[in-house]
Design a protein around this ligand. Structure first.
Ligand SMILES: CC(C)(COP(=O)(O)OP(=O)(O)OC[C@H]1O[C@@H](n2cnc3c(N)ncnc32)[C@H](O)[C@@H]1OP(=O)(O)O)[C@@H](O)C(=O)NCCC(=O)NCCS
Length: 151
């Protein structure tokens, strides 16, 4: 995941340690796609502790060679349709997307459309909230997902 994120040219790169912690403790809400045993795509998410039926998607990335083939969409679909290890079904997916990230906006709009879910956008992290130079990260909330998503 760290390698794909580093090569993405778009994502804020977290420490390699953080991806390992997520792989251990948040595997239920993360996915990787493998080609020939190599990770070529991932989605990193967690259930919001105070509202566990809301899944926050922190990062999603696909290796450049494999983009445009529906891989990111399949990883998101799997996150909301997989059994949740005893957790409540995912009712909403949240993510933030900078306004200039057309591919990501398209990915989540298309995901919402496939599931017949609403997509609502509102302010969340403004540019001035970041201690370093960073564009605003508006919140995109998708849902509700039908309870039968996991059927
Ligand atoms: C965003 C990203 C994950 C999309 O991955 P992908 O596997 O190519 O996406 P998909 O093939 O599943 O496409 C999903 C939808 O987005 C559209 N899309 C994908 N890339 C696009 C682009 N560059 N411009 C416009 N639309 C695009 C697809 O056409 C598809 O729409 P459709 O369902 O209406 O046909 C990938 O471009 C990427 O890794 N970007 C760099 C990292 C990043 O910006 N991550 C998001 C922020 S965390």
């Amino acid at each position: 995941m760290w390698r794909v994120a580093a090569a993405s040219g778009e994502l804020d790169l977290n420490s390699s340690y953080m991806y390992l912690v997520f792989a251990r403790d948040f595997a239920e809400t993360c996915r990787v796609a493998l080609v020939d045993d190599e990770v070529v795509a991932f989605v990193l998410g967690y259930r919001r502790p105070a509202i566990p039926d809301r899944l926050f998607v922190w990062q999603v990335a696909v290796d450049e060679r494999h983009r445009g083939a529906g891989l990111a969409g399949r990883l998101l679909d799997d996150l909301v349709s997989a059994p949740g290890d005893g957790h409540a079904a995912v009712a909403y997916v949240e993510t933030t997307i900078t306004d200039d990230n057309t591919a990501s906006r398209r990915l989540f709009a298309s995901f919402a459309g496939r599931w017949g879910a609403e997509l609502e956008t509102s302010g969340l992290f403004e540019a001035q909230d970041f201690p370093d130079r960073h564009d605003a990260e508006p919140l995109h909330r998708i849902g509700p997902f039908p309870a039968l998503a996991r059927a």
